[in-house]
Design a protein. Structure first.
Length: 134
């Protein structure tokens, strides 16, 4: 695949939350906007983590009350990111390597989020391919 980059398919509206917000607040944001994740950002709006609906469900399954737990505890603090000029093949490889379904897109010169690419986005843009088993 050529000439298709993160900027071409990313969702530009990224919902963000501070690390000290409750996991319940993150769940409410996801529900209200029909999304599966919220980026955790610091006071300078730099991406520091991500909390997904799976993270919230895992917390609940482990007996953690999302109203009394912060997103920095429920989410992941080692977020895998790409920049707007990252090609889709590379994003797909990152998702497979790190076993993630969402890659936040950050500005080239900072860690400020400008979008997000999900497995759903990739599925819509990757054509069917034949893999050479040779």
């Amino acid at each position: 695949m050529t000439d298709i980059y993160a900027v071409n398919i990313m969702s530009a509206e990224v919902k963000c939350i501070s690390p000290d917000a409750s996991a319940a607040t993150a769940a409410e944001i996801m529900y209200e906007h029909g999304i599966g994740s919220v980026l955790i950002v610091d006071s300078n709006r730099n991406a520091t983590g991500i909390v997904t609906e799976s993270d919230i469900m895992a917390a609940i399954a482990n007996g953690i009350d999302p109203r009394n737990s912060t997103v920095d505890k429920a989410g992941t603090d080692s977020v895998i990111t790409a920049n707007p000029s990252t090609d889709l093949d590379q994003i797909a490889e990152q998702m497979a390597e790190y076993e993630v379904k969402k890659i936040p897109i950050v500005e080239d010169d900072s860690n400020k989020p400008v979008g997000i690419v999900t497995t759903t986005d990739l599925a819509e843009y990757f054509p069917c391919r034949t893999v050479d088993a040779g």
